[in-house]
Design a protein around this ligand. Structure first.
Ligand SMILES: [Zn+2]
Length: 252
């Protein structure tokens, strides 16, 4: 238990790193370009202003030099990373920590980019599918290679099919291609059952949040579409952490 507490600062730094990767992926900066700077005034950010969560609160969500606002996504992603990775260490057997660690890191990056820009980078979805295949072949994920392969195909085409049907019925585009890529990636790490339950959990939570947002914004038309990626990614994380409970709940 104490060992878990010692990991918290490390996971905060990991969250900070994932924030940085997500930002650079959608703003098309090379992930290895030098030090972090303010996107508005270009001032390099000092180390004491890069402390996860604390700096954001201390600076009152503004740049020290130009007072440009700093997104709430920074502390949100850092806290989320800590909670998710503590869950990983606590719940997942040792031999699968590496595989699921990569999986969760990519999902957290997708959550951030989709919330910020409604985009999901293929670098953290399609490009990592071969890694899922390799890890399943090496026994570093609890699924067989054939399950990873089927999960990928199923993940991509089920959303593609739903989106096509939705378009035929309503003439509107409901989902982005980034969502198909994301669910295919989820399939490569969790198989067909993982895809199915991530989609189910993501849709249930997404619908509840959607209804709450509509209720909260009153009768006004919702102007901003809600990204679906964070719910799919969240569904996949819940599935991996609670798969025994979820499958026994659904089967018995
Ligand atoms: Zn600034």
């Amino acid at each position: 238990m104490i060992a878990l507490l010692l990991l918290i600062p490390i996971f905060f730094c990991l969250g900070s790193f994932l924030n940085c990767m997500a930002y650079r992926l959608v703003h098309l900066q090379h992930p290895r370009t030098s030090r972090s700077c303010c996107p508005v005034c270009k001032q390099i950010i000092a180390w004491y202003d890069l402390i996860p969560v604390i700096s954001w609160i201390f600076l009152r969500a503004r740049c020290r030099r130009c007072a440009a606002p700093i997104s709430f996504l920074y502390p949100l992603i850092e806290l989320l990373t800590v909670i998710i990775f503590l869950g990983l260490i606590y719940k997942i057997p040792m031999e699968y920590l590496f595989g699921y660690g990569i999986f969760f890191a990519a999902l957290i990056i997708s959550i951030r980019t989709d919330l910020e820009t409604m985009l999901i980078s293929r670098f953290v979805t399609l490009c990592l599918i071969p890694i899922g295949f390799m890890l399943s072949l090496l026994g570093l994920l609890p699924i067989h290679f054939s399950q990873a392969l089927l999960g990928t195909i199923f993940g991509y085409f089920i959303l593609w099919g739903i989106a096509k049907m939705f378009y035929l019925l309503t003439g509107k585009h409901g989902m982005g291609e980034g969502d198909y890529d994301l669910l295919a990636f989820i399939g490569s790490f969790t198989g067909v059952v993982g895809v199915w339950l991530s989609l189910l959990l993501g849709s249930v939570v997404g619908s509840i949040v959607g209804i709450l947002l509509i209720a909260w914004s009153g009768k006004k038309q919702m102007t901003q579409p809600i990204p679906f990626g964070p719910f799919l990614a969240g569904g996949a994380i819940l599935y991996v952490l609670f798969q025994t409970q979820i499958t026994s709940f659904l089967l018995y």
